[in-house]
Design a protein around this ligand. Sequence first.
Ligand code: NAG
Ligand code: NAG
Ligand code: NAG
Ligand code: NAG
Ligand code: NAG
Ligand code: NAG
Ligand code: NAG
Ligand code: NAG
Ligand code: NAG
Length: 499
Amino acid sequence: MELHYTFFVMFLAVIDLVKSAEDCPAKCTCHWDDGKVECSNLNISSLPVGYKNASLVTQLMLGNNLLTTIDKNVLKTLENLMFLDISNNNITELQSETFANMPHISEIVLRGNSITNINTHAFLNLPNLRNLELSKNRISNLQENSFINLTSLKMINFENNKLTELKSSPFLNVPLLSVLFLGENNMSSFPVGICQSVPSLQSLYLDNNNIKSIGEFALDGCSKIAKLRLINNSLQTVNKNAFSCRRQSENKNDFCLEKLTTLFLNENNLTKPPSAFGAKSYVRELDLSKNPLKSASINDFTGLPYLNTLVMSYVPTSFTIGDSAFSKLESLTKLTLTNNRGLKNMSKTAFKGLQNLKYIFLENNSLETLSFDLLNWQNLVRFDARNNKLRCDCAVKWIQDKKMTLNSQVSSALTSLKCTEPKTLKGKLVVNVNPSYFGCPIDDEVSSRVKTGLVVAAIVCSLSIVCLLFIKYRRMIFMKLRMYSYRRHRGRCSFYCRQ
Ligand SMILES: *[C@@H]1O[C@H](CO)[C@@H](O)[C@H](O)[C@H]1NC(C)=O
Ligand SMILES: *[C@@H]1O[C@H](CO)[C@@H](O)[C@H](O)[C@H]1NC(C)=O
Ligand SMILES: *[C@@H]1O[C@H](CO)[C@@H](O)[C@H](O)[C@H]1NC(C)=O
Ligand SMILES: *[C@@H]1O[C@H](CO)[C@@H](O)[C@H](O)[C@H]1NC(C)=O
Ligand SMILES: *[C@@H]1O[C@H](CO)[C@@H](O)[C@H](O)[C@H]1NC(C)=O
Ligand SMILES: *[C@@H]1O[C@H](CO)[C@@H](O)[C@H](O)[C@H]1NC(C)=O
Ligand SMILES: *[C@@H]1O[C@H](CO)[C@@H](O)[C@H](O)[C@H]1NC(C)=O
Ligand SMILES: *[C@@H]1O[C@H](CO)[C@@H](O)[C@H](O)[C@H]1NC(C)=O
Ligand SMILES: *[C@@H]1O[C@H](CO)[C@@H](O)[C@H](O)[C@H]1NC(C)=O
């Protein structure tokens, strides 16, 4: 019985093999129910051929093979192809019209090849192409109009290539292109004016390049840009009009780049925050971590009335925060200043004017003190300042006083602060320090209490003296009183009194 069954299964398998050998290119597996042709990992060196009906192919998977060129005549026969994966092959160049006249193609993946050059009209007449994956190649050259009339294109990924600049000439009529990945290239300049040819740009990723500056009106016309990332470049100068628009409106209060909300400038070479936001911007999140900042002061943060989140962490240099430094950031809700070992000294008014501040993180800096006046403690939802270099003197004694009604997290974060100085108190919780060790002079409050006490004592003393005197001399006083009364009555009662 079992044997029969085994033979039956084998028979079916043979039938299947014959059938797929008929319908499907050699070595590949075809799933005709959804039109998927699977030819990955087969050491194939050219586009597979031999379909019974090529127009049934909708997805062709050719990852991890040995293709060096793409035969456009074969590609042309796959008239209903929607998804093409040729990742991790050995394609070196994309000739003109390599991908042309494919009405349904929506995504082409060419990640991990050896492409150095993309020729004019390499992608032509692909009205449904949405995503183009070109990462991990050696592209150094994009010829004019290599991306023309791609009216559905939304995303191009050029990450990890050898581009040294991005000119606008490769792009023409790409009205929906909104996401451009350009990280890990060798770009030394910002693609100034990119939105002249890519007007719908929403996200521009330029991480891990070698960009040293951002020029004037760099994002001019980028009315849809929302996110700009420039992590790990060599930014040293940001033009004061970098994030302004060329056409200045009459009304100075007008916003430009009205969708730009997120700006990552971490791991650069900035010595101060860029004041490059024109009159006003809509930026809500700004990250300046890992820049060799020297100072942050009130004039560095202008034109950012909507900034909600600011991060300045892992600053490797010694830096200071000046008087009212953040006071123009009227919407600031979350401020992260952590792991700045060079941050010792901060103006007492550094956070003045931050009406909306709810989250503040100050861990792992080298702050030596924490003034009560620094923050509006009652407004905070989260606070952390562990691992600083607190000097436990009179300036931090307020931490022991539990007069405020604080959010429980804030209150426990204050309770967990430890002293670093003086040596005798090192490692001790501030709240556990014997109050007399803080060395506070008798402050006004105490002395006024003492004064009140003295006055009360004086009054009590004088009253008791009066009482004692009264008790001691009470007989004499009563006798005198009686004599006085007798003398007054004597004249009037001559008749009865004598009785
Ligand atoms: C592909 O080629 C490599 C190296 O020549 C070999 O080890 C591997 O078995 C081949 N794979 C297939 C599916 O033929
Ligand atoms: C191939 O498939 C298409 C689409 O299903 C169909 O219109 C066409 O008739 C088929 N051609 C052949 C030769 O079977
Ligand atoms: C890719 O092609 C180049 C020549 O164009 C050749 O030198 C190289 O060995 C090929 N790489 C692989 C993995 O086949
Ligand atoms: C691009 O589109 C425009 C307008 O639709 C058309 O005139 C032009 O010939 C197209 N260019 C190419 C190379 O297809
Ligand atoms: C990067 O580009 C510069 C020229 O701008 C060139 O000298 C350098 O060799 C390039 N680096 C790499 C890794 O390609
Ligand atoms: C920063 O970018 C350089 C290339 O510009 C790269 O070599 C390095 O690995 C990057 N560093 C990190 C932490 O990604
Ligand atoms: C950073 O800027 C300084 C000058 O401020 C310059 O000497 C240094 O070479 C720059 N570093 C990098 C990685 O660009
Ligand atoms: C801290 O900075 C203020 C100015 O903001 C300065 O007056 C003071 O001397 C500095 N203190 C230390 C210990 O550096
Ligand atoms: C502070 O430093 C400690 C130890 O070096 C680390 O575990 C912790 O994650 C750091 N905190 C932050 C917020 O980075």
